[in-house]
Design a binder for this molecule. Structure first.
Ligand code: SF4
Length: 352
């Protein structure tokens, strides 16, 4: 594919992990790029590498600090798996193995990531099929079957493997992904500047807008939640979620989902009793914030709450630890995105 490689030589984006192709950097970037847009990853990656410059440093990290650095990227199991893998690798010499099979044995590394590390970090002849490559080939070949179906992926993989130059797997794979991201992009591709117009079957058939055929979107699930910010002696109560929970090991203000027919205020009172055995009374709304993860759309109602008289320390039923922390200390803890937004409102109020 000399045309593709020539295009890549002209258009390759300057990304921090492309400056060295250090396997550790490629591994971290690949994990961050799962579920996250490239633009956002660049900043997170640079901060991450400044703080944890190698595998041994990452292995020695405190999980709270790691999660704080990851805050906002979501899918926190990725960070926890990086940590686990760094510890395993540090015990074995602090290097990523140059072996697809050995990479697959490590937490958080599946076939896609193992192929990406083999091709991009070690320049070994593996193919990396991300959504950009799938889209490009679905259009080039005018594939009318859903792009995520096993047979469609096998067909595309077969094509890509047939084109893979064994002496340049790193450049080839990156060129394909880059081309899909920048030219044969989602929505309306830049067919006018595409060097593959003459061979593009979808362009010839007038079906570019219908390719790739995507799977049906998962039904959106709406969730209503409420949480309460209780302040005692100038400090807020926060609790650390259980290790096996969604948002495991992140901190939060106690609260939870609304039951049917329940108001957000009633939910806060009930959740506080259930989770901490503390009796509280909502005294003012902070804000209602919305955020999304996977196919969930969460509405979170945040309230200031007063403790009723004669309340002791929290007795935890849904968390592993609780702390009373000052406003300025909240920035040191990793919170799920809805709670982080509430903290933003809180800070604005305190400053105004
Ligand atoms: S002509 Fe358009 S649809 Fe076809 S490969 Fe090029 S950019 Fe993609």
């Amino acid at each position: 594919m000399p045309r593709l490689l020539a295009w890549y030589a002209e258009n390759e984006r300057d990304l921090p992990w492309r400056r060295t192709y250090e396997p550790y950097h490629i591994w971290i970037s690949e994990i961050m790029l799962q579920q996250t847009q490239m633009d956002r990853v660049v900043d997170y990656f640079s901060r991450f590498i400044r703080r944890f410059p190698d595998i041994a440093n990452l292995a020695a990290a405190q999980e709270d600090e790691l999660l704080k650095l990851w805050e906002g990227l979501g899918y926190y199991s990725r960070a926890r798996n990086l940590h686990k893998t760094a510890k395993i690798l540090t015990a074995q010499g602090a290097q990523l193995p140059e072996s697809y099979q050995q990479l697959l044995q490590l937490p958080g590394i599946g076939p896609y990531t193992a192929s990406a590390i083999m091709a991009i970090a070690f320049n070994r002849p593996y193919t990396v099929l991300d959504a950009n490559v799938e889209r490009f080939f679905a259009r080039l070949l005018d594939l009318s079957t859903p792009v995520k179906e096993k047979e469609t992926i096998a067909l595309i993989r077969n094509q890509v493997e047939g084109l893979l130059p064994t002496d340049q797997p790193r450049a080839f794979n990156q060129a394909l992904m880059e081309f899909g991201a920048l030219v044969c992009k989602p929505g309306i591709p830049n067919c006018g500047s595409c060097p593959f117009q003459d061979g593009c079957r979808a362009l010839r058939a007038g079906t570019v807008g219908d390719r790739p055929v995507l799977p049906k979107r998962k039904e959106t699930i709406l969730i209503n939640m409420a949480c309460g910010l209780v302040r005692r002696n100038g400090k807020f109560l926060i609790q650390k979620r259980q290790a096996d929970d969604v948002w495991a090991n992140l901190w939060e203000f106690p609260g939870g989902r609304l039951k049917e027919g329940e108001s957000p205020e009633q939910a806060v009172v009930r959740e506080y009793l259930e989770e901490t055995e503390l009796a509280v009374m909502p005294v003012g709304k902070i804000a209602t914030v919305k955020h999304s993860y996977m196919n969930y759309r969460v509405t979170l109602h945040g309230f200031f709450c007063d403790l009723l008289p004669d309340q002791g320390e929290p007795i935890l039923h849904a968390a592993q630890e609780a702390r009373w922390v000052k406003m300025e200390e909240l920035a040191h803890y990793a919170f799920p995105s809805g709670h982080r937004k509430l903290i933003g409102y809180l800070q604005e109020r305190e400053q105004s």
